[in-house]
Design a protein around this ligand. Structure first.
Ligand SMILES: NC(=O)c1ccc[n+]([C@@H]2O[C@H](COP(=O)([O-])OP(=O)(O)OC[C@H]3O[C@@H](n4cnc5c(N)ncnc54)[C@H](O)[C@@H]3O)[C@@H](O)[C@H]2O)c1
Ligand SMILES: [Zn+2]
Length: 356
């Protein structure tokens, strides 16, 4: 069975990818847990609850189900406290293992709850969206939103296991699938030209969710993210390269109120624009920029900024990222497909490529 190992000393764990393995979760947890809390939302529970619960039962695990409503707006401290409360009432203890079954919202909330419940218990990620399978379930960033900012409250807390069944993507809305693929393209651009080419050459199979191609895309994405996390668990340096496309992507999300575009859709536009900046600075060849835009378009994602967004608005929205970095805006810029550099960027340089 294909696996990726995330090597972080005592905090190491396996990422397991396999079609049809959802029903084997219980088996995988034998030895790790006796008592589990299954955190999910009603949408995902309706689709996969039965299969997961049966497998937990067959493995002899006692299980408490805790549900939070479906939506990013429930990724908050208030709902974390609700989950804590349910677990206290259900007598979860320090040996209990929390299972986060769902997309990135359930995963981030579940990780946060696990990291704070009785000063930290183990948890297992069972991601069911592509974004969660290739990104949010790996790397141990947990968090909730605050009225003053997304993901502003959180912890670094690595899971004990990541259990991925690509068959769950069959029920995922197409738009969510494509948005997740934006992050896969990102991994190719920042670390792995061959993977970038693979995504181009196998597009039809990937989009048709064909087993081997889809599994490879998930595995390779997890591997690439794991390498970066291993080198820099707490984002002191290298991990920042995962933010390629995200400086402008976040600005787009902020300016459109987080309702118009999915995260991956905004990142796709952000990657194209940031690569354009790299080209205008002479770092990236024009044909490489074209290769990126072509691949983004081939996966049905938008390459151009939303109409109506102005340079000054975008710069303003990027101020937040700038402040977080202590004054100077630093961006991840590709120098070729497969390799990036972190470089300070001046507003005048950005203005060259933003709409007036
Ligand atoms: N921790 C990290 O490193 C990290 C990285 C990237 C993103 N994130 C976070 O991830 C979140 C976004 O995650 P997401 O894109 O998975 O969104 P999500 O969790 O909201 O899931 C999207 C929708 O799909 C539904 N769904 C989930 N699995 C399904 C399936 N198999 N079939 C049908 N429907 C399904 C969900 O119920 C939801 O309605 C954001 O909160 C973001 O901040 C975290
Ligand atoms: Zn992202």
């Amino acid at each position: 069975m294909p696996e990726v190992e995330v090597r972080l000393g005592a905090r190491s764990y396996r990422i397991h990818v396999g079609e049809g393995t959802l029903g084997k979760l219980g088996q995988a947890l034998q030895g790790l847990a006796q008592q589990v809390v299954l955190l999910s939302n009603p949408t995902v529970l309706a689709l996969y609850g039965q299969e997961v619960l049966r497998s937990l039962q067959e493995a002899g695990l006692s299980c408490q189900v805790v549900l939070v409503p479906d939506g990013e707006q429930y990724k908050t401290l208030l709902w974390a406290e609700f989950v804590h409360g349910q677990m206290l009432q259900g007598r979860a203890d320090r040996a209990t293992v929390l299972i986060a079954l769902g997309g990135g919202v359930v995963g981030d909330l579940g990780g946060f709850v696990a990291s704070t419940y009785m000063r930290g218990i183990r948890y297992v990620q069972v991601p069911t969206t592509l974004l969660a399978q290739v990104d949010s379930s790996v790397g141990g960033k947990t968090g909730v939103n605050h009225p003053l900012g997304k993901n502003m409250i959180g912890t670094f807390w690595q899971p004990a296991l990541v259990w991925i069944d690509p068959l769950t993507l069959r029920s995922l809305p197409r738009r969510q699938l494509l948005a997740g693929l934006a992050e896969c393209i990102k991994y190719g651009v920042i670390r792995d030209r061959e993977f970038f080419d693979y995504l181009r050459e196998h597009r039809d199979e990937v989009l048709a969710l064909k087993g081997p191609a889809l599994e490879h895309v998930i595995m390779r994405s997890c591997q690439l993210k794991a390498q970066v996390v291993e080198a820099d668990e707490r984002e002191a340096g290298l991990r920042a390269i995962l933010n390629f496309g995200h400086t402008i992507g976040h600005a787009i999300e902020t300016l459109t109120g987080y309702v118009e575009y999915l995260h991956g859709e905004a990142v796709a536009m952000g990657m194209c624009k940031e690569a354009e900046l790299a080209a205008s600075l002479g770092l990236l060849q024009r044909q490489e920029l074209k290769a990126l835009k072509d691949l983004v378009a081939a996966y049905g994602l938008q390459t151009e900024l939303p109409r109506g967004l102005r340079a000054q608005q975008l710069l303003g929205a990027m101020e937040v990222d700038k402040k977080a970095l202590g004054g100077q805006l630093r961006m991840v810029l590709p120098q070729e497909i497969g390799s990036v550099q972190l470089r300070p960027v001046k507003p005048q340089e950005l203005l060259q490529v933003l709409p007036p």
